[in-house]
Design a protein. Structure first.
Length: 171
């Protein structure tokens, strides 16, 4: 259970810290009673002692409200591949029919007539075969599922580079 108002970036677990750092990212958003939340992510190589001082790190700021979610890259100083998989958002009070990412409409995979059943996604921990290879940023896509009864929105990304700022909006 999490307190509302916070955004928590996470990755799938792995057997070692090194393997864990290769996993794709997901953001958990817990809106508060005003339908707002915020959070940050600091990311460096995990080994160097002077990453901050030398500027070799990435810093992200996250903000969410009743209309959308923003991920802003504040600092991009550590070159690495960061693949983004999903946003799990809890606490939406209004109905929604449409979700967009940077103005591109996502496919609606919500249950027909907002039936009260859960849909399970295959969420096997992913590890890129070659983390040095670039993400083809022209090939990303998004899907979403919304459960009005629980105020739960799940936005699933395919092939999205976390090192780019983005805006998710819903209506």
């Amino acid at each position: 259970m999490f307190r509302g108002g916070y955004i928590i970036p996470t990755q799938f677990q792995a057997q070692t810290t090194t393997a864990s750092r290769q996993q794709n990212f997901m953001v958990l958003v817990y809106l508060d009673e005003n339908e707002e939340a915020s959070g940050e992510l600091y990311w460096d190589d995990g080994d160097s002692l002077d990453s901050y001082k030398s500027g070799k790190y990435n810093l992200f700021q996250f903000k969410a409200n009743k209309n959308g979610f923003n991920s802003t890259v504040v600092k991009k100083g550590y070159e690495t591949q960061m693949v983004f998989d999903a946003i799990q958002l809890t606490g939406i009070k209004s109905d929604l029919q449409k979700v967009t990412v940077n103005g591109v409409e996502c496919k609606n995979d919500s249950p027909p007539n907002n039936k009260e059943y859960l849909r399970f996604f295959e969420s096997t921990p992913k590890q890129a075969e070659n983390k040095e290879s670039a993400i083809d940023e022209t090939e990303w896509k998004c899907d979403f599922v919304f459960y009005k009864k629980w105020g739960f929105l799940f936005v699933l990304f395919t092939n999205y580079n976390f090192l780019n700022s983005f805006v998710v909006a819903w209506s």
